[in-house]
Design a protein around this ligand. Structure first.
Ligand SMILES: C[S@@+](CC[C@H](N)C(=O)[O-])C[C@H]1O[C@@H](n2cnc3c(N)ncnc32)[C@H](O)[C@@H]1O
Length: 277
């Protein structure tokens, strides 16, 4: 029954047919090979040992002190966004029911305060984001981009198969920021190349979509190739599997590791900057 529901869901969305066939292939391969979809103990230990708090991480990246002003300075917009989300029955990432404040801007989502300050410091112009859901991270990136002429965020998102939440994707992004934003409703495999074609090169990428080992490596490599010198790749949930660790090793780069709280646990994110060394 569930499988039929998913097939119908894909059938109604022609732009996602290629992803549907990839999923079938993946399911068939799954029986033959062991997918690398858990994180090795040594990788988690490596993250535990190297994780920095937001203040140290920002200092390592920029040599400046982290202000963490985003949520406070945008409190009115957050209050409006909360109201919009409260009436929705399909819950997406970024809404933490167990949190005492109802909506936690970190849990399930991304470290949007830090993302905002990074965009502000580096004054990015061309940004890519994979994985939008309600749009918390898009909102933080756009809040910085709005200060710069010709700046642009292209976001790639396909809803979780089976969920009828297409119309809620990006819901919290205020209308005033949307002139800097383009949403591509594709899976990463189709959407990321389209986004790169639109942007031509990337100053910043926030990766928060396909969490499989294979999907991540494919996107990380393509994003890296198209990242400008001094550009930054920021990836969420790097403790899901070894993909981010293996990617950094393959490029001989040393990432900065941070963490966000998530349902009585923590989730790791990684930041890498492209430079000559
Ligand atoms: C963790 S949520 C993104 C949260 C968001 N960055 C935020 O700050 O609130 C992941 C999003 O990526 C989408 N997604 C999952 N797999 C994807 C894929 N293969 N291609 C594109 N989007 C995908 C999900 O439907 C969901 O909307």
């Amino acid at each position: 029954m569930n499988a039929i529901k998913i097939i119908i869901w894909y059938f109604k969305r022609p732009s996602l047919y290629p992803q549907f066939f990839r999923e079938i292939k993946r399911k068939l391969n799954f029986f033959k090979s062991s997918e690398k979809n858990s994180c090795s103990d040594f990788v988690i230990k490596h993250y535990e040992k190297n994780v920095l708090n937001d203040f140290d991480l920002f200092f390592e990246l920029t040599g400046k002190h982290f202000q963490n002003s985003f949520i406070k300075s945008h409190s009115k917009i957050f209050a409006k966004a909360e109201q919009k989300i409260k009436n929705i029955d399909i819950i997406m990432a970024g809404y933490d029911e167990s949190s005492s404040i109802g909506i936690s801007y970190n849990s399930g989502g991304s470290n949007i305060g830090l993302i905002f300050e990074i965009c502000e410091y580096f004054k990015f112009i061309k940004c890519l984001e994979t994985g939008v859901a309600y749009g918390w991270s898009s909102f933080s990136i756009l809040s910085s981009l709005k200060n710069r002429k010709n700046s642009r965020l292209v976001s790639v998102d396909m809803p979780y198969p089976g969920k009828e939440n297409d119309k809620h994707v990006g819901l919290v992004i205020p209308n005033s920021l949307r002139s800097h934003w383009k949403l591509l409703r594709f899976s990463d495999r189709e959407g990321v190349p389209k986004a790169i074609k639109l942007l031509k090169s990337l100053d910043f990428c926030h990766y928060d979509s396909d969490k499989t080992y294979v999907g991540r490596l494919w996107s990380y490599n393509l994003i890296w190739e198209n990242l400008s010198m001094n550009g930054i790749l920021y990836s969420d949930d790097i403790g899901d599997n070894n993909a981010f660790y293996d990617f950094c090793n393959s490029k001989d780069i040393n990432p900065l590791i941070g963490s966000v709280p998530s349902n009585n646990n923590i989730k790791y994110f990684g930041i890498v900057k492209k430079n000559n060394s």
